[in-house]
Design a protein around this ligand. Structure first.
Ligand SMILES: [Zn+2]
Length: 449
């Protein structure tokens, strides 16, 4: 009896702590200060003409005004970004914060606590590269959620993180497979399901545990040794997952490689096709008809292409990567022809974090997207996909102060996104190259963390 009582007391205390701290939804502790950003050129929204000389007023993490004749409060800290193009922070809807080719969590030898440390480290790298919002698509919702909440509480620099829960079939993409069964049992973290009922239950459980989106492995993946690249979940399972997630207000992002799996995921009503690797015109037209979007992840496909035959991956993986390498950009080009909405997503973590601007270059070179289209995809379109349009994606009064500055003009050449010089996430300055070089402007740039 005594043990039961203690357990109940602990459960109640935990529940209370969760509700009080607001960790379920992520509370933001904004720096209580006023910042006046001086700019000579501002892209407030890539679809609108850029502004000239402007002042952007930021109070307690939010943009309160933008204009050229704004009265700056006496106690405001001034940051001069007049040598740069100021623009909304970038949004990447497809990242893996726990992975990176260089720093990669090993679930066999390293703890889950260490995985969270890696996750936070990569989150900061992405933020410093200009990404002020990212959606983490796994491997584990709890890593993303821990990082999301720590960043939102102001404990660590990083982007706003949307944490997704991952679901695969047993032995599917990202799941343990072809090992000693006892080892696989130990590595199993409940991210697979079988049948409509169990899959719905897993989605509900993920929601209960704090996930904000569902990532499904609709097909096999080239990076998982052994499995084929075609459809994995059955049509019934896919429909169950999508309906349950939508009922709970969560979007579904579907890793989709083989064309049969791409079609099945689209027909089940997923919100985004991730990669869509072997899709062609028929799949792109279907996606357009169903109202879904494509997250092209060209950087990852390009990375795969560049590593084939180099010995980076095992022969089993390399064999599938060689198939992928032959069709890099195919679904993306078909989607462009079909008029499919393109949501900026890179698969950062498959290649080193911080190189997301390369995606923009590939969108231009492989699909002929204009700089305006690319910037829109990485700001307002991505914000809408994450249900964050009222919060971020453009520079406007009332929105969170997610602001970056780059050298050059990204509306002329998207390669300028490689030259990020200043990053503010929800009002916290986490990068200011000018200040770091000893200028008076923006001194104490790091104090906003
Ligand atoms: Zn991915």
């Amino acid at each position: 009896m005594k043990a039961k009582k203690t357990l109940n007391a602990v459960a109640k205390a935990c529940l209370l702590a969760g509700i009080v701290s607001g960790t379920v939804f992520g509370s933001m502790t904004a720096a209580a200060e006023t910042i006046a950003i001086k700019a000579a050129r501002v892209i407030t929204d890539p679809a609108l003409p850029p502004r000239g000389t402007s002042i952007i007023l930021v109070e307690n993490g939010r943009i309160t005004a933008i204009g050229d004749d704004i009265a700056v409060p006496k106690d405001a800290r001034t940051i001069d970004l007049s040598g740069y193009t100021v623009m909304p922070g970038l949004i990447d809807t497809h990242v893996h914060l726990t992975f990176d080719p260089n720093i990669r969590w090993n679930p066999v030898t390293e703890t889950r606590e260490y995985a969270v440390a890696i996750t936070l480290h990569h989150a900061e790298t992405l933020a410093r590269a200009g990404f002020t919002t990212v959606r983490d698509l796994g491997p584990d919702q709890f890593f993303s959620q821990a990082a999301r909440d720590a960043v939102a509480a102001g404990l660590h620099p990083g982007p706003r993180i949307i944490a997704a829960a991952k679901l695969s079939i047993i032995g599917g993409h990202g799941e343990p497979a072809r090992m000693n069964p006892e080892v696989m049992d130990a590595l199993d973290h409940g991210t697979s399901c079988t049948g409509a009922e169990e899959c719905a239950a897993k989605v509900r459980l993920a929601f209960r545990n704090g996930a904000q989106a569902i990532k499904i492995m609709a097909t096999g993946g080239s990076m998982t040794p052994g499995n084929a690249l075609g459809q994995h979940f059955t049509d019934t399972e896919l429909t169950s997952i999508v309906k349950t997630a939508h009922g709970l207000g969560m979007r579904v992002a579907a890793h989709s490689s083989g064309a049969d799996g791409v079609r099945a995921a689209i027909l089940a009503g997923v919100d985004t096709i991730e990669h869509g690797t072997f899709g062609q015109d028929a799949e792109a037209k279907l996606l357009r008809q169903q109202g879904g979007a494509l997250s092209p992840t060209l950087s990852a496909l390009d990375h795969v292409r560049r590593t084939v035959g180099t010995g980076v991956y095992s022969p089993l993986v390399d064999q599938k990567n060689a198939e992928v390498a032959r069709v890099v950009g195919r679904m993306f080009q078909a989607a462009r022809r079909a008029g499919v909405r393109i949501v900026f997503g890179t698969d950062s973590g498959v290649y080193p974090h911080g190189e997301g601007a390369h995606e923009a270059e590939l969108m231009a070179s492989l699909g002929g997207m204009t700089p305006t289209e690319i910037l829109t995809s990485a700001t307002t379109t991505a914000a809408a996909e994450l249900d964050l349009s009222s919060e971020t994606g453009s520079i406007a009064a009332g929105k969170a102060a997610d602001i970056i500055a780059v050298e050059g003009d990204p509306l002329k050449d998207v390669s300028a996104l490689k030259n990020v010089r200043f990053v503010m996430t929800r009002g916290a300055v986490i990068r200011n190259d000018k200040a770091d070089q000893g200028s008076q402007d923006g001194a104490g740039a790091r104090s906003g963390i």
